[in-house]
Every structure is written in structure tokens, then in C-alpha cells.
Design a protein around this ligand. Structure first.
Ligand SMILES: [Zn+2]
Length: 465
């Protein structure tokens, strides 16, 4: 059998793996390439994937870099099943509808600003429509953790907790071909242990072949405790002042993580008098999906429920649904905290908050997630004296804090632990979903400590298994 890599091969986005046996062809994830200069080109539908000959699709989790190209399958006539956990289906619906709307808005804006006659400039077209999203969502079928499903001739899948976001899974494929059985573990994105609300990663018991992510393959994270202390100090300080605290956050995962932690602090600390605004339509919907998934909560979140507290709600949490409510916050005096998207300040409601409040020295901006090269968020992290927002130059007098301990990805040591938990050890290992530096570092440590010499495929490469 053969495995071909159409993304996440020496990079962190675009996760797409095509597995072909003599009897079947399946796709594991079909994610968007994001951020890199060649992203548009890499997002074109790969010729080697024929939707008519595809037997099944498996989705590990609902982040766009794993599910963001799925609607292109429906658009090209795929009518098979997409297997995912029920929580992943709910979140994928939210994030893919948002992606289709953003693509349409981007295309419309580019069209408006295009020179007359085109001028040779390439105007981006949406990859798919809201209707394509609805079509692919209809193909989803829920599979709970721990249950096995036969998905194609000779191929079955079972999901294991990945501890990354709600519903995230590692997928263990069992492939029967020519009288032999091979198990293949796709790690998906693995979370760090101790992330709130959801359960910790639970690797499959064993696998012949391991496909392991390597996002933070070269380092361990700062401790979460230190980060929470820093957050607590900032919120307490804010309570004594009139300024605003702005937190750009990814709508799925990071936003719920923040609500949980801030809620815990507000039950005890001085910040309990500060209103916290969740100002993100997608964040609001995702939080509802989290609240509806009590059966997936970890022991700590369940204990909180037992004590009569909602882990994802607290008295000072305010929801701003409409754009009008969001704009009104500009005239609302502090102290107050705003959590809004997008996570890297490349769009969304955080932009108007930043435009209004960055010039004030009483404003604090909390950076709680990865900020890609070239984004507004990265400019803030790098302490740019001024930034451009909505075509305006905005001076930055606000204080910018970078809180490093909120990652949703396992650090190097926990990736090694995950690999070590497969017992007996895999005979083949393949590293994906990491920049070359991180992936090479994980490769060296895997070799040293477990004796595995992992392959590091490039985009488009096929590996015979
Ligand atoms: Zn992810």
C-alpha cells in the first residue's frame, strides 16, 4: 500500500494523506494550506485524488488546516462518507461555513479593488460556496471514541482522544491486504496534558506504522501555571484601572480555554468585578458546542459541574452577538476585557477594538497564541511603534503581553511520550505537521531514545508501506 502527502509535509498546515491499497483508497484529513506564500497554489485540488474513486474520508479534528478543503470534495462529486467524532462534525460545520463566507468576502473585496480590465492581476476566487459546505456536512457520519467502523474494503478505523480541541482524535487504521494486517496510527494534532475541559491524549495501544505530528518537535512549552499567574496579575491589575484588556483568540479551543481559566479566577480574585466580553460570533457558537458536550469533559470540569458551576460560564461573562453590540464597546468605559477573533489579528472584530484602543497607554493586549509571520499579531508581538488597520496608521501605545503557556499542542517531551506509549513500538515512523527545524529535532530524539528512524516526506511524496 502507498501513502501520499498532500500537505503538512515540512510545514504545519494543509494536512492531507491519501492511503491506497489494492482494494481501496481513503483520505485522512483534507486541510487548507494557510499563511505560506504558495498557499493558493497548494490549495488547488490535487489531480492524484479522484473523488469518484475515493472509498472514504477520515477527519481527525475540526481545525481548518485539517478540514478546510473537504467541501471541494463534495463540489467535485464525492458522495461517500466522512468519518469523524460527533463533536468534530458540529465544529466542522461552524468553521467551514465561516471559511466559505470569508472566501466570498475576500473575493468580493479583491474584485472591487482590481484594476479595470484585470491588469494581469490574479483575483482570488472562493474555493467553495456555502452550498458546497452544506453538501459535505451531509456526508459526515459520527463515530465515537473507542468504537471501530469498517470504512472501505479491508480498512477499519478507530478514534482515540487526542486532547487538542473538543472532538479531536488520533485515528488508528487497520488495513487487511494479501492476508496480512497492518495497523497505522495517525496522531492528528496532539494536545498537551492538562488542557482544561477536554480529556488528555490517550494514544492507541500499538501500531505498525506511526504518523506523528511535530509542530513543537524541538521544544517544551513554558509551564501553564506560570502563564496563569501572569494572566491573573494582569486581570487583577485591570480591575483597579479604567483601561481595556484585548485578547485576540482563535474561536475554537483557545477561546473556551480562556473562558474556563478566567471563570475560575473570577470566582475568587479581584477581577470578579470586571466584565469579560466574548465578542466573536464563531467563538460563541463553538462555546455552545463545548457546553453541549459534557460527556467529553475531563474529571476537573465534571467536578466543577457537580459543584454547581458551569465550566464555560461565569456571572461577568457577556456575549456580544451583533456587530452593533460589538461597536458599542468602543464607547463603553473600562475596566473591561474583550476576547475576539481572529487569533492572529488578520480579520474579525478584534481589528476595530485594536484600532480604537492601541493608541491608549491604558490598553493592554494579551497575545495568547501563535502569531504567523507577516500578520498584525506578529507586528504587535515585535513591538512595532505603529501598525496599519483598515487602511489607517495606528500608533501603538498599549502594553503588549505575550503569554506563552496556552499552546494546544504537545511539546517535544510529550510527543516522545505519545510515541513511547505505542507498545510494541512501530516498525515504521513518519513525521509530519512541523517546520523542518522542529521535525528534524524530533527525528533526532526519536532515533536516540526509541531507536526509530522516521521518514520526513516532502509535499507530494509517496511512501510505500
Ligand atoms: Zn489542530
Amino acid at each position: 500500500m502507498r501513502l501520499t502527502f498532500f500537505g503538512a509535509a515540512g510545514e504545519v498546515t494543509g494536512s492531507t494523506y491519501l492511503l491506497e491499497t489494492d482494494r481501496a483508497r481513503i483520505l485522512v484529513d483534507f486541510g487548507l494550506h494557510q499563511g505560506e506564500p504558495e498557499a493558493d497554489e497548494h490549495n488547488e485540488f490535487p489531480d492524484a485524488i479522484d473523488p469518484a474513486r475515493l472509498d472514504a474520508v477520515v477527519l481527525t479534528h475540526a481545525h481548518l488546516d485539517h478540514c478546510g478543503r473537504l467541501p471541494m470534495l463534495a463540489q467535485r462529486g464525492y458522495r461517500g462518507v466522512v468519518h469523524a467524532t460527533p463533536a468534530t462534525i458540529r465544529l466542522a460545520d461552524i468553521i467551514l461555513q465561516d471559511a466559505a463566507a470569508l472566501q466570498a468576502a475576500d473575493a468580493e473585496r479583491a474584485q472591487r479593488h482590481a484594476p479595470p480590465g484585470g491588469g494581469g492581476a490574479r483575483v482570488p476566487r472562493p474555493l467553495y460556496s456555502p452550498e458546497d459546505v452544506r453538501s459535505v456536512i451531509r456526508l459526515f457520519r459520527g463515530l465515537d471514541y473507542g468504537h471501530e467502523a469498517a470504512i472501505a474494503p479491508g480498512i477499519a478505523v478507530r478514534f482515540f482522544d487526542a486532547g487538542h480541541i473538543l472532538g479531536s482524535a488520533s485515528a488508528l487504521l487497520t488495513v487487511r491486504e494479501h492476508g496480512t494486517t497492518t495497523t497505522i496510527a495517525f496522531s492528528g494534532d496532539i494536545g498537551p496534558r492538562g488542557i482544561p475541559i477536554i480529556r488528555d491524549p490517550a494514544p492507541p495501544p500499538t501500531a505498525d506504522v506511526m504518523i506523528l505530528e511535530s509542530t513543537y518537535g524541538d521544544r517544551d512549552h513554558r509551564s501553564r501555571e506560570a502563564t496563569l499567574e501572569e494572566l491573573h496579575a494582569i486581570l487583577d491589575g485591570c480591575a483597579a484601572q479604567t483601561g481595556k484588556v484585548l485578547i485576540p483568540a482563535f474561536a475554537i479551543g483557545r477561546t473556551q480555554d480562556l473562558i474556563y481559566e478566567i471563570g475560575r479566577m473570577c470566582r475568587t480574585g479581584a477581577c470578579r468585578r470586571v466584565p469579560i466580553y466574548l465578542d466573536s460570533p464563531m467563538g460563541i457558537e463553538a462555546t455552545q458546542a463545548y457546553r453541549a458536550s459534557v460527556s467529553l469533559f475531563d474529571a476537573e470540569a465534571r467536578e466543577m459541574l457537580d459543584q454547581g458551576h458551569n465550566p464555560l460560564h461565569f456571572p461577568m461573562l457577556r456575549i456580544t452577538r451583533t456587530a452593533e453590540e460589538s461597536r458599542r464597546l468602543n464607547d463603553t468605559p473600562g475596566p473591561l476585557v474583550v476576547i475576539a477573533g481572529s487569533g492572529m489579528c488578520t480579520g474579525g472584530r478584534i481589528l476595530h477594538h485594536l484600532r480604537h484602543n492601541l493608541p491608549s497607554p491604558t490598553t493592554q493586549v494579551l497575545i495568547v497564541g501563535y502569531q504567523g509571520e507577516g500578520t498584525l499579531g506578529r507586528r504587535l508581538v515585535d513591538h512595532a511603534p505603529e501598525v496599519r488597520i483598515h487602511g489607517q496608521t495606528v500608533p501603538v501605545r498599549a502594553r503588549i503581553h505575550t503569554l506563552g503557556g496556552f499552546s494546544a499542542h504537545a511539546g517535544q517531551s510529550q510527543l516522545i511520550d505519545w510515541a513511547r506509549a505505542l507498545n510494541p513500538s512501530p516498525t515504521r515512523a513518519i513525521l509530519t505537521h512541523g517546520e523542518p527545524k522542529a521535525r528534524d529535532a524530533l527525528h533526532a530524539r526519536l532515533k536516540r531514545e526509541i531507536g526509530l528512524d522516521a521518514a520526513r516526506p516532502v509535499l507530494g511524496e509517496t511512501i510505500e508501506l
